[in-house]
Design a protein around this ligand. Structure first.
Ligand SMILES: [Zn+2]
Length: 81
């Protein structure tokens, strides 16, 4: 469900990724968004797998008190850089 795929868009010369975006209660859509820019002391991780936990369920149902849409979902991740 939550899987980011990084790739180079050669036509637009932009680094884009696919992300599952929480839009509203029970509305999650996969869209292309700009890859985050990182600082020298940070690492950008290519996500291979993402789990779903109770927080994700609360966000999806619109019950998480600090969630503001749009939100890139998925924080239980594994990947590489
Ligand atoms: Zn969690």
């Amino acid at each position: 469900m939550i899987d980011y795929v990084y790739y180079k868009n050669k036509d637009k010369e932009l680094d884009l990724m696919k992300a599952a975006l929480y839009k509203n209660s029970r509305v999650v859509e996969v869209e292309e968004i700009k890859k985050p820019e990182i600082k020298d002391n940070e690492a950008l991780t290519k996500i291979k797998y993402t789990g779903i936990c109770g927080t994700d369920i609360h966000i999806h149902e619109g019950l998480h008190p600090r969630t503001k849409a749009p939100l890139v979902m998925g924080h239980e991740i594994s990947g590489y850089y």
